[in-house]
Design a protein around this ligand. Structure first.
Ligand SMILES: [Fe+2]
Length: 267
């Protein structure tokens, strides 16, 4: 994590380096991030075992970070399992606005679709990043809170640094740079997913199947339409990802079509 982000989180009522779980009485200590986005190391203490350092530098996320060890362990011993169901439950716990839930599902769909191209072994991780990127926004919407409060909640619940860093990086004002394909994809899909939803909702049947990429591109020039959506972020996101804008739009339309029923955009 860069210095700007560290400073930005200094005011929060948590120490970044130490989180005590009231439920377990376990002290978990975690380091921050290297400049390239990889985590330095993670040390976990448990009631049953000595702290064991582990390290990983690949942007391909090690599966063992997210899976409960075989044979089962006390939930307080190590990371909580990071699976889609628990991530969705966390989203629901903090997000009561149905439009925000649908936005989370839309971004998740885009992230999963891109993960299948860029990093298929970690599709679930990419999906969860999409699902949770705004999960604190309903309760903590200010720039002083979102996404910092959410990031601390995720840390407390055992979500790994790569997930938390990606979520921090999607907000320009955090100062956390976007380095990995997962981080760049999240930024590229976030505003676009909102814009595509707006495009679908003005169609006769309110259907994403009525939305096509060329017309979306034209709509982006209409400043009066969906004015809260930042067009520059959409354009910049596609460029940083290295994809042609119209192809990116078409790709995300297809992703949203795959979950059209969940988004209420099936027509
Ligand atoms: Fe978002």
């Amino acid at each position: 994590m860069d210095q700007a982000a560290t400073l930005a989180t200094d005011h929060l009522p948590f120490r970044r380096s130490q989180v005590r779980s009231a439920e377990c009485g376990v002290l978990r200590t975690s380091d921050d991030f290297n400049a390239d986005g990889s985590s330095r190391h993670i040390v976990r203490a448990s009631r049953r075992s000595s702290p064991k350092p582990s390290s990983h530098k690949s942007e391909h996320l090690p599966r063992e970070l997210f899976e409960r060890p075989a044979g089962g362990v006390d939930a307080c011993d190590t990371f909580l399992p990071m699976d889609r169901d628990s991530a969705f439950a966390l989203l629901r716990e903090y997000t009561h606005n149905e439009s925000l839930v649908k936005h989370a599902l839309a971004v998740e769909a885009c992230m999963r679709a891109y993960a299948r191209q860029f990093d298929p072994a970690n599709e679930d991780v990419w999906g969860i990043v999409g699902l949770l990127h705004d999960f604190d926004y309903d309760m903590f919407p200010t720039k002083e809170e979102h996404p910092y409060v959410g990031e601390k909640i995720l840390e407390d619940r055992g979500y790994p640094p790569e997930v938390r860093r990606a979520i921090l990086s999607h907000a320009e004002y955090t100062g956390v740079s976007r380095e990995t394909p997962m981080e760049k994809t999240l930024f590229a899909c976030d505003e676009l997913a909102g814009f595509l939803t707006a495009c679908a909702l003005v169609k006769p049947n309110k259907s994403i199947f009525e939305v096509e990429a060329p017309s979306v591109k034209k709509k982006m020039k209409d400043k009066a339409f969906a004015r809260s959506v930042n067009r520059d972020d959409i354009t910049k996101g596609a460029a940083d990802l290295g994809v042609d804008l119209e192809r990116h739009i078409a790709f995300c339309i297809e992703a949203l079509r795959s979950v059209a029923g969940d988004l209420g955009l099936a027509g």
